[in-house]
Design a protein around this ligand. Structure first.
Ligand SMILES: [Zn+2]
Ligand SMILES: [Zn+2]
Length: 239
């Protein structure tokens, strides 16, 4: 059966609703409607040249934010597709907490565009993602960052995803913590399980949301320690 016909039949049995606004999504996307897509706050303009943190004002020149100037991150660069604001935050919360794994199909093109714009000249040898602790992954049944990484690999023809990072202890949610507390919270929380996949390679590290960057920075630290020659971060949203 052809895919469009199958989708049409599925729509009759299980009508789709937009994950952000609840309306019928139409043909613009599978689970995010056209209006919500167009309202996403895609990042452009002035960004920190290292961590990609946006500033509201137009600087007219490249700059390094005070955080990166104070502590150079372990990753080479980090970039995000859009701001963590409505409607994208609602979509990501549904993706993460309402078992809507299908949203990977709607979110991956955003991530792919971001990677294409910012990392078009980088040749990645390995692709990986921020792991969940095994207890949390069992509870959630999937890792949203892993789904994005696999979908991105297929879409962009990148190397297969290496499941080479492990979260060795559960970490309380980073929500509501200061930047200092976030760094302490994830310190030594990750291990590289397959250093042979990493050594001497340029790694693209995927996550869904980046806020202060403490989590991806800690992952980058252990990837570097395992011999990665470069670590680049891409996330769908920037908090
Ligand atoms: Zn919508
Ligand atoms: Zn920065």
């Amino acid at each position: 059966m052809q895919l469009p016909l199958l989708h049409h039949l599925l729509d009759l049995v299980y009508p789709r609703t937009c994950a952000a606004c609840g309306r019928e999504p139409g043909r613009g996307g599978r689970h995010v409607c056209w209006d919500c897509r167009t309202r996403m706050d895609i990042l452009g303009g002035a960004l920190c040249r290292v961590c990609g943190d946006p500033v509201e004002a137009e600087t007219g020149h490249a700059f390094t934010c005070s955080s990166c100037a104070g502590h150079r991150p372990h990753f080479d660069l980090a970039r995000s597709a859009a701001r963590y604001r409505r409607p994208l935050n609602a979509v990501l919360q549904a993706f993460k907490y309402r078992s809507m794994a299908c949203l990977a199909a709607d979110l991956t093109p955003l991530l792919a565009a971001c990677v294409g714009v910012h990392y078009g000249r980088v040749r990645f040898d390995a692709l990986t993602y921020v792991p969940l602790h095994r207890l949390k992954e069992r509870e959630r049944t999937y890792n949203q960052a892993g789904l994005l990484a696999r979908a991105l690999s297929r879409l962009n023809g990148f190397p297969p995803v290496a499941n080479c990072l492990r979260r060795v202890r559960p970490t309380p949610t980073q929500t509501g913590l200061s930047a200092f507390q976030r760094r302490a919270n994830v310190r030594d929380a990750f291990r590289v399980t397959m250093p042979e996949w990493i050594r001497g390679r340029t790694v693209l590290l995927i996550d869904d949301v980046m806020t202060t960057g403490a989590t991806v920075n800690e992952c980058a630290r252990v990837l570097r320690k395992a011999g990665a020659s470069g670590v680049y971060v891409a996330t769908v949203a920037r908090g």
